[in-house]
Design a protein around this ligand. Structure first.
Ligand code: NOJ
Ligand code: NOJ
Length: 428
């Protein structure tokens, strides 16, 4: 469930998006578990999720084909009240996590299980991953509601995850002798990639979260932390899977870096708890500057969110990891604002420069990324409830937890980010 809270607000639902993020954490626990009993427990949870997902895919809802339906009751009944539907990021997140699970099971020699439960290479299909991939590949051009369930249009977050799902799904299709499908998924992923390029606004120097349909300029700035969060969605990068493809938005893409910097400086100036006079490290991050949802009502004042502040920590860790893997970091005039915000002591560089492994400035950048990642986690620790619980939001004036208590996404995000920080070399 998104949260155990059954009223004010009622989050006692299987939200497809929230569950997909929780499953991402369970999968990583499964992969790192050493005790057989723990491994079995995570395995059972994953299988249960696959079965439950297949069940709700088959359930008639108010959204076409059922797959865009954003939330179900805990026992798998569709929510029948009015809601922002359809939402298309949920099936994408679900497909990404289940595809990853399929690869893990294949590496354990469980090919039959994968074919039976996850991907059957048939049309019409009776398997959960292929059902999602067919839906995504045929419906991504249609507008939908965004992940915040408020805005109708074409969304960077939704589309980047749809694209990731198609690319990783195509790799699985290839492995399971479904080459025609793989080709179709890749073709659609390329067309999606072209659409994603339209989200860049060079005038504002950041990616814009939503492209609206009527062509009228949006009253919103378009700045939205979901853009940065979306880049955390994938596992393999596109280069790993399809060398000819070229990756559109890895974490070190200059437009993503510029967007991260713009979000940080905006939220820093906007939320009083971020005021430097309070001397708390790590910027608390919210959804978007114009947000008015306070966790209870939509006509109030938005706040920073633990899950998004943790997502920024994960972003910095993933960026450090990527630079270490590539053994270089490139600085451009677009990404300059990002590097200017890093806590660097002596490193000096100019746009157009490439820092390589072995250059002391490269090490300094990597360590600064790690330190900043730690600071975002530290920020969440600073405002955590005495018993260690986290709610959906942190009050912008006091830092107190508010909105849905024990939001599952918080704990999933925390587990994932903490796991990533453990893999990086420690700071000097
Ligand atoms: C509101 C958030 O905007 C949405 O993304 C989330 O799925 C639900 N709460 C449930 O946590
Ligand atoms: C509930 C949604 O989940 C949330 O994202 C949205 O901001 C509020 N409703 C607005 O009222």
């Amino acid at each position: 469930m998104a949260s155990p809270s059954r009223s004010n607000p009622n989050y006692y639902f299987h939200w497809v998006r929230d569950s997909g993020i929780a499953v991402k954490a369970i999968l990583s626990l499964y992969q790192s578990a050493t005790q057989p009993a723990a491994r079995q427990r995570y395995f059972d949870l994953l299988m249960d999720f696959a079965d439950f997902s297949r069940h709700i895919q088959r359930t008639a809802t108010q959204s076409p084909a059922g797959l865009g339906e954003p939330k179900f009751t805990i026992d798998g009944e569709p929510y029948s009240g009015p809601w922002g539907r359809p939402q298309h990021d949920g099936p994408a997140i679900r497909a990404i996590e289940l595809t990853r699970l399929a690869f893990v099971l294949l590496s354990e020699g469980k090919r039959e299980l994968v074919r039976e439960k996850l991907y059957d290479a048939k049309l019409p299909t009776d398997s959960v991953i292929k059902t999602d991939l067919e839906y995504i590949s045929h419906h991504w051009r249609e507008p939908c509601f965004d992940l915040w369930e408020e805005v109708w249009g074409h969304h960077f977050f939704t589309r980047l995850l749809e694209r990731t799902a198609l690319i990783e799904g195509a790799a699985l299709a290839m492995k399971l002798e479904d080459a025609g499908a793989a080709r179709w998924y890749l073709e659609q992923s390329r067309a999606l990639g072209d659409e994603l390029l339209l989200h860049w606004d060079p005038g504002r120097n950041h990616l814009v979260a939503t492209r609206e349909l009527d062509g009228r300029p949006s009253p919103r700035s378009g700045l939205d932390s979901s853009v940065v969060a979306a880049t955390l969605g994938g596992y393999a990068t596109e280069e790993d899977l399809h060398p000819e493809g070229g990756c559109v938005y890895p974490v070190d893409q200059e437009q993503v870096l510029a967007t991260a910097a713009a979000l940080e400086s905006t939220f820093e100036a906007m939320y009083p708890i971020n005021d430097p006079s309070r001397r708390i490290e790590g910027t608390a991050i919210g959804r978007y500057p114009e947000d008015r949802y306070d966790g209870y009502r939509g006509d109030s004042l938005g706040n920073p969110w633990p899950s998004l502040t943790i997502a920024f920590a994960a972003y910095y860790y993933k960026l450090a990891e990527r630079y270490l893997r590539l053994e270089r970091a490139v600085l451009t005039s677009t990404s300059l604002p990002f590097f200017q915000r890093l806590p660097l002591e002596d490193a000096r560089f100019r746009p157009g420069e490439e820092l390589r492994l072995g250059d002391p400035r490269f090490d300094e950048v990597v360590f600064a990324l790690r330190r900043k990642g730690d600071a975002f986690l530290g920020r969440v620790h600073h405002h955590i409830n005495p018993g260690g619980s986290l709610s959906e939001q942190m009050n912008r004036f006091t830092g107190h937890q508010q909105g849905a208590p024990d939001l599952s996404m918080n704990y999933a995000a925390y587990l994932l980010a903490a796991g990533m920080s453990g893999h990086l070399p420690s700071s000097r």
